[in-house]
Write a protein of this length. Structure first.
Length: 149
């Protein structure tokens, strides 16, 4: 190729001037301020939208030691089973169990009620019974464990 090959091709005979940084790509600057603003807004939103209060709690007092519980004589046994409730050996509805237990509590205010959930019973069913008896005013309730776990 000759030196005049650029002229023959119709191209200008000069080369554009080279810049000192033309070999490296220029990186765009990313500002972190908008990112921090968005994270802060999300933090404030979730703090205000969350509720850290326990609206419905049930207070359960654990006995001092496993063997030092009060005597079970005279206590009413309420079994929570998959097929329903059983109060002192008789199948009852929740309303009937509540009325019978309340009749006993009126006679004897410190009447002890033992709640015994059977294996496989949903926790919500047991809590529903506990909540209903607690709302009715039964104060002396205890859970009885099934088997030897």
């Amino acid at each position: 190729m000759s030196a005049n090959s650029n002229v023959d091709a119709g191209l200008p005979d000069y080369a554009p001037p080279r810049l000192a940084n033309s070999g490296r790509r220029r990186r765009s600057v990313i500002s972190l301020t908008p990112l921090i603003d968005v994270v802060f807004i999300l933090l404030v939103f979730f703090m205000l939208a969350s509720s850290f209060l326990d609206w419905r709690t049930i207070d359960l007092a654990a006995p001092a030691s496993a063997g030092a519980g009060a005597s079970m004589t005279g206590a009413m046994l309420l079994e929570v089973r998959q097929d329903g409730l059983r109060l002192s050996g008789h199948m009852v509805s929740l309303d009937e169990a509540e009325s019978r237990i309340m009749a006993k509590v009126r006679e004897k205010p410190d009447q002890r009620v033992l709640i015994k959930p059977a294996d496989g019973v949903a926790l919500q069913d047991t809590v529903r019974v506990l909540d209903r008896l607690s709302a009715a005013g039964v104060a002396n309730m205890s859970f009885v464990r099934t088997g030897s776990r």
